[in-house]
Design a protein around this ligand. Structure first.
Ligand code: MEV
Length: 306
């Protein structure tokens, strides 16, 4: 028999509402879990010495977790399994998801959290699950803040500061969001490195930009609590401009952001590492015309509830 796994485990996807990148430098961020991010199922293979396989058809993933693999997903998964004293052979893992991969919606954190839960159990201690997930996230992202893993494990809407317990955020009402995939994949590690390079080159300019992003987080949480969607939309758009100042937007994201505002959005910003991935839109009261305008981008409508 291989080392046992639970049959099934789940993790949330995530959308960062405000505070990406500045969170790396100890500032707060606010993010929401996207329920049903990823569900992993485990079945024993015919022989316990066969390598673990991982198939997630929606992400075009089908690989063996071999110790000598250079595939970052295989390396990250083996780090998570090693961290939890889980099996390294003998299982076939299969994932189902509605999340696009590499779109800034926390696909890697969902994978590492769900995998940790296959070993530790769906109801395992959140801190243990987050620590195990981070062992894998480091393979993907170098030095992650921990925000993605925390939201993937805990769900809900959270105010997160690196190294501190995450605080649930009170919502004054349902939060309608539209996610617009730009179709451009990006690397979180590259985007984080770009910000660090600009901070090192221009510290006196970039430090205040990071502080302004932190102020946007707390103003955004206040607007969420009062259900003032117009204020939140304006804060989203300001945050987009500040993130562009950190060099993490792109011509495609800027064009989509301007088009979203022209189509009546209350506000819009890049979400996650930027460079590509998704645009996060706070839609107008009637989102139908905006959704129709962006139909070719396959927009994703989400409502976050109190
Ligand atoms: C990536 O989803 C969020 C970043 O802030 C990086 C991190 O928090 O580790 C860009």
């Amino acid at each position: 028999m291989p080392i046992p796994l639970f049959e099934r485990a789940e993790a949330c996807g995530k959308v960062i509402l405000l505070g990406e990148h500045s969170v790396v430098y100890g500032h707060p961020a606010v993010a929401a879990g996207l329920p049903q991010g990823l569900c992993l199922h485990a079945e024993p293979r015919a022989r316990p010495d066969l390598p673990i396989t991982l198939a997630i058809p929606q992400w075009d993933l089908d690989l063996e977790l071999r110790a000598d693999s250079e595939h970052p997903v295989a390396r990250a998964c083996l780090e998570v399994l090693g961290h939890c004293d889980g099996p390294v052979t003998g299982w076939a893992l299969r994932g189902t998801t509605c999340l696009p991969a590499r779109a800034g919606l926390g696909s890697s954190a969902a994978l590492t959290v769900a995998l940790a839960r296959l070993v530790l159990g769906q109801d395992a201690d959140l801190d243990d699950v987050v620590e195990a997930s981070l062992a894998g996230e480091r393979v993907f992202h170098g030095e992650p803040s921990g925000l993605d893993s925390r939201v993937a494990a805990q769900g809900g809407v959270l105010r997160f500061v690196r190294g501190a317990p995450a605080e649930p955020v009170a919502l004054g009402g349902p939060l309608p969001l539209v996610l617009l995939p730009s179709g451009i994949p990006r690397s979180t590690a590259t985007q984080v490195a770009k910000v660090r390079a600009r901070l090192e080159r221009r510290p006196t300019i970039i430090r205040p930009v990071l502080s302004a992003l932190a102020a946007a987080v707390d103003a955004g949480i206040d607007a969420i609590g009062r259900h003032d969607l117009d204020a939140l939309g304006e804060i989203f758009s300001v945050a987009h401009a500040l993130l562009a100042g950190l060099d993490v937007s792109s011509a495609a994201l800027d064009a989509l952001q301007a088009a979203a505002l022209a189509a009546g959005a209350r506000g819009a910003k890049l979400t996650g590492a930027g460079g590509g991935g998704c645009l996060l839109i706070l839609p107008p009261a009637d989102p139908a015309p905006l959704l129709a305008e962006f139909r070719v981008h396959a927009p994703l409508s989400v409502e976050v509830h109190p």
